[in-house]
Design a protein around this ligand. Structure first.
Ligand code: NAP
Length: 328
């Protein structure tokens, strides 16, 4: 009998076809994620789950899904999955690192440029018929070239953003859990503790995963260290920033602007006051959203799932400790 797989949203066909070769596949075709009850019901009898960052995959789900062997997350981040709970139950968890790095870095840099030069605000201005003539004081922004960029979390995407910054002659500081001397040599980066990075940067770009240690890493106190002229870019995960503190900092003029690809929650409530601010650009979590990258992610997520179903070690196994458990 073929293993059963539940895919929580329609994905590029290239990935689904890989799954269909080996498994009985059910795809949730709706635009919105499966409601909690549906997710629990649909996963109760499956061997494999292909999940998205909008699905909460917790101990309750795993306890109900008695046959579940592998959870393949269609993302590099996996904060939506209770990893220790999966490991304890001998369930493999996989992600899609690497293939989305450059696309996500492009978006982070696009958001940085858009925020610096007020691109979205300026476009709205023209469409609203407010543009009367060329103006010496019209829509003045901040220079990107030659400015200081502070990268928080120098992993795959942080490094790729630093590479782009070099092309703009930026001075690049970084703060990360570990120093990366090779990256310092390759790209001329300078390591700085978080406080110094925040004090000296014109742009601060966040690239850490969401963990207990990074939740609200950017808060009232850390925002208070930033320059009044600085712009915060968040393409990591919404809860890395305390949004209430961010709003206060923006209206009080403690920082100059923000570019957010991620919010907390997603989507933001329509009465979220951040939506009223002209100096904030907000995108609907589209960091990896290019045709080519989403197709590659689907292929990789499917291959990870198939490997797990076959009892092989998937290429992108997140909880390597699970292998010990499975060998016992
Ligand atoms: P990665 O290669 O694992 O990089 C994360 C970096 O953050 C690592 O260098 C890590 O240090 C560092 N880090 C972890 N915890 C830290 C802490 N407490 N303080 C300081 N640094 C810390 O991951 P990635 O592929 O670059 O992706 C980064 C994140 O971006 C993902 O987790 C995801 O949430 C987000 N993302 C968003 C989008 C989007 O659509 N907006 C797309 C892709 C990814 P070590 O190397 O020492 O572990």
């Amino acid at each position: 009998m073929q293993p059963k797989v539940f895919v929580t949203r329609a994905l590029p066909e290239e990935g689904l076809n890989i799954l269909r070769e080996v498994a009985e596949v059910k795809v949730w075709e709706e635009e919105l994620p499966p409601p909690r009850e549906v997710l629990l019901q649909e996963t109760a009898a499956v061997d494999g789950l292909l999940s998205l960052l909008t699905d909460r995959v917790d101990a309750e789900l795993m306890d109900r899904a008695r046959n579940l062997k592998v959870i393949s997350n269609y993302a590099v981040g996996f904060d939506n999955i209770d990893i220790p709970a999966a490991t304890r139950r001998g369930i493999m968890v996989t992600n899609t690192p690497g293939v989305l790095t450059e696309t996500s870095a492009d978006l982070a840099f696009a958001l940085l440029m858009a925020s610096a030069r007020r691109i979205v605000e300026a476009d709205k201005f023209v469409r609203a018929g407010k543009w009367k003539t060329w103006g010496p004081m019209l829509m003045l922004g901040r220079d990107v070239y030659g400015a200081t960029l502070g990268i928080v979390g120098l992993g795959r995407i942080g490094y790729a953003v630093a590479k782009r910054a070099r092309g703009f002659d930026m001075r690049v500081l970084y703060y990360s859990r570990n120093r990366n001397e090779q990256a310092e040599r390759e790209l001329g980066l300078e390591y700085a503790e978080l406080d110094r990075l925040l004090k000296e940067s014109d742009f601060v770009s966040l690239h850490v995963p969401l963990t207990a240690n990074t939740r609200h890493l950017i808060n009232k106190e850390t925002l208070g260290l930033m320059k009044k002229t600085a712009i915060l870019i968040n393409t990591s995960r919404g809860p890395v920033v305390d949004e209430k503190a961010l709003y206060e900092a923006l209206v009080n003029g403690d920082i100059a602007g923000a570019g957010l690809d991620v919010t907390d929650p997603e989507p933001p409530e329509m009465d979220n006051p951040l939506l009223q601010l002209d100096n904030v650009t907000i995108l609907p979590h589209i960091g990896s959203a290019s045709v080519a990258t989403r197709t590659r992610m689907a292929t990789i997520a499917a291959r990870n799932l198939v490997a797990g179903l076959k009892g092989e070690v998937p290429e992108h196994l997140v909880n390597k400790e699970v292998l010990e458990k499975l060998q016992k």
